[in-house]
Write a protein that binds this ligand. Structure first.
Ligand SMILES: [Zn+2]
Ligand SMILES: [Zn+2]
Length: 278
């Protein structure tokens, strides 16, 4: 019996009776007797999917947000209202205004909907994450990810203002990781810091343990051929055993990864359960 498991609660696709997909991401992480929510999706399907999967959200040890975009934070209010007092972990920049520029030059609001820092503090204990933090034995948040590669960027036209003048570097972007006996399982939100930057950072935090599994959004949907090539090269060098690219990874990038890493890739629709051996 594994000591941990990750259940996909929200993803763009769904794989079971009564389960619903939406553009968003949320993982339910059970580890060493504790229960965590990593991201909350947009909020349209989270409670339905949790109920259908038999996951009681009334008791959550902590909720961690990968970054402030609406497709990861939109369900937070509803979860906090339906659960007992809990702790929320997020980088301070997750609460700032966030916009994305449309192809026609207009902007759309992609920030956290309906909640601000003060409202969260009324419902939960809020821990601002500006460096790596341990959530429980074996489970950590990376905190801000150093941008060390020369081929990765945030993956889109993201800005701090509606006029789209000041670029948003998404310093709030972080991943979660589980340390198993000999390796690491990395859980990505959108990887706006870059998937390779994120994996390098996790390795630096874990004494260069091998990365066994990577699950989550890799935000490669606008990746240049050069970025895709280098990402594949680095994933091969890291010898990642199991890849579950989803959400914002992009169809072409997912297809490429499946082709480059035969037998190592899997889909991860809502309802997917990943056992994590301790
Ligand atoms: Zn995002
Ligand atoms: Zn996203």
């Amino acid at each position: 019996m594994a000591d941990g498991r990750i259940t996909v609660l929200v993803e763009n696709t769904a794989g079971g009776r009564g389960l619903l997909g939406e553009h968003g991401l949320s993982f339910w992480i059970e580890l060493n007797g504790k229960r965590f929510l990593f991201d909350t999706g947009q909020g349209h399907v989270l409670l339905n999917n949790a109920r259908r999967l038999g996951i009681g959200l009334d008791h959550i040890d902590a909720i961690a947000l990968s970054h402030g975009h609406y497709d990861h934070t939109g369900g937070l209010g509803e979860v906090l209202r339906s659960s007992r007092a809990t702790t929320v972990y997020a980088h301070p920049a997750a609460f700032e205004a966030k916009y994305a520029r449309n192809p026609d030059g207009s902007a759309r609001d992609v920030g956290m909907p309906g909640l601000d820092e003060e409202m969260i503090r009324d419902m939960a204990e809020l821990v601002l994450v500006e460096e790596p933090v341990k959530l429980c034995r074996g489970l950590h948040l990376t905190g801000p990810v150093p941008r060390t590669t020369d081929f990765e960027d945030t993956g889109g036209a993201f800005f701090k203002d509606r006029a789209c003048v000041e670029p948003d570097p998404l310093v709030d972007d972080q991943a979660a990781f589980i340390e198993t006996q000999a390796s690491t399982v990395v859980i990505l939100g959108c990887a706006h810091a870059g998937v390779i930057n994120t994996l390098r950072h996790v390795q630096s935090l874990t004494g260069n343990r091998p990365v066994h599994t990577v699950i989550g959004g890799m935000h490669l949907l606008h990746a240049s051929p050069e970025r895709m090539d280098k990402t594949v090269d680095e994933l091969r060098r890291l010898d990642v055993q199991r890849l579950l690219p989803c959400h914002c990874t992009g169809m072409a990038a997912v297809a490429r990864l499946w082709q480059e890493f035969p037998g190592r890739c899997a889909a991860c629709p809502v309802g997917t359960i990943l056992e994590v051996p301790a």
